[in-house]
Design a protein around this ligand. Sequence first.
Ligand code: FAD
Length: 540
Amino acid sequence: MIRASHTEITNTQYDLVVIGGGITGVATARDAALRGLSVLLVEKDDFASGTSSRSSKLIHGGLRYLETYQFKLVAESLREREKTLTIAPHLTDPQQFLYLLYDGYPESRAILNLGLTFYDIAAGSVLKRRHKMLTADKVLAREPHLRSERLKGAGLYWDVLTDDARLTIDVAKGAAEAGADLINHAAVTGLLIENGHTRGVTITDTITGGTYDVHARQVVNATGPWTDQTRSLEHTKSTHKLRPTKGAHIVVKKSDFPLNTAVFLRSPDDNRVVWPTPSLQKDVVYIGTTDTDYTGDLDDVHPDERDVRYLLNVANHTIPDAHLTEQHIVGSWAGLRPLVAPDPGVSTSNTSREHEITEGATGMLTISGGKLTSNRIMARQLVDAALLGLKSKTRKAPTGAVPISGGDMVVAKRVARDAADAGVPSHIIDIWVHRYGSNATEILKIWKADLKNQEIVGARGLTRAEIIYGVQNEMVKTLADLLIRRTSAFFWDETGGLSHADAIADELELLVPWAPGQRAKEIAHYRVLVQKHRFTPLAG
Ligand code: FAD
């Protein structure tokens, strides 16, 4: 995936411009490009820099939505879960989850069993992954540190863990492979409105500051929490509004919080369903999530003291002997759910996760709401709606049959063997295959090309080869692009990747390349970001 050039973009009359490079935007670009439309996607910061790197990292039906009788949403999401396993096998990991039942919970054992049976059937995976009901003794034999007092048992069922940011990047790369042009670090700052119709966008490059116009037959707004801001570029009043709610997670070491299976249970503070989840990184557990109305700065969302107190209470309620405090938190994140505003009086947790497509006064289409899991369906419906505006028809895109970028596991397995033959350490092969799937082929080539590229530059096995790949193939422009969205050091590493920031910045300064003075600014900016997500002072 190579950043489309300014000249290329301004010289093209696109069928579709997609504003926003979260999962919704990139899936839309992929769908449209696979149908043969000419597409440009514009992302103001980095792909997945909004909510799509700050979710609970589940590809799931959403068992808790059964509480509010959202059967259709759950069934649709489960079918999508199964589809995602086939098109993104490197980024999806089926895991067992324990839905714990304590005395006093509203759901009975029978109701939970019924809900989980629906879950298995709707997913169509009854034979492969069927739930089991466990007694309290069986639960404690499996997870001996859980609170045993008033434990009645649990439902043991399956869902899927992912790396949300990488999923977004690989869908973006899939869009590029299908012919879409994509640019990051470029914001849509205006709409080109001709005779009352949006016919393109004004783009401001956030790195150079340059501004230019791009023409398109149809523009779609997939800007998640920024939806209302983008809508306001039409300069007309909209009756549709978002009600963003904030969800925070904290990360703790597994050695401080010994949990092997993700658990669903109820918060001691407000009885909401919450979920401590062992990360795919094996050595850490993340605990989420909060759900509170948010009216602050959309560009500066992070957990606050109240979120941390709530989540520590959840942790200590789950494993009382852990006695966790702020000192134990090694990472955190918070994101905004781009939920469609409900009728007055509806609580945040009960606000619908379903999406909505609306047409603005100048013809711009806006998609809001939805889930990471349902990105493919949202994209298909949005492109269908855009085609009505274009007065043209195309066949549905085969998004469920074409793997996203990196999703060819036959190739991925072959690369793993080749990498072992070439002497790549096994823990690094494991990281490459899970992070890049079949695209690890390219990293191996870079690794083999020069001994210098085999050097480990960052935490958790980050080699120079991977940094080069990120810049050349994934549009890495900043330290945060690499350490947050491409490699997740921000989320799982105790220092958020800061311990190696100087050495990594040395590489990026030459590879990107950065303007004079940029290196120091990048490190300082990243340090502030990491500090905002840690609750004890950083060393150094
Ligand atoms: P975003 O990811 O926010 O993308 C919008 C993009 O638009 C941003 O990158 C932004 O920079 C860009 N943008 C904004 N304005 C402009 C502009 N003017 N020009 C160019 N670009 C612009 N779903 C699940 O399926 N599973 C889960 O486990 C799950 N957990 C969640 C947990 C939490 C705490 C939250 C908050 C949500 C969760 N969700 C989950 C929901 C899911 O994460 C979101 O629905 C999804 O990520 C939203 O994606 P998006 O593309 O619509 O928005």
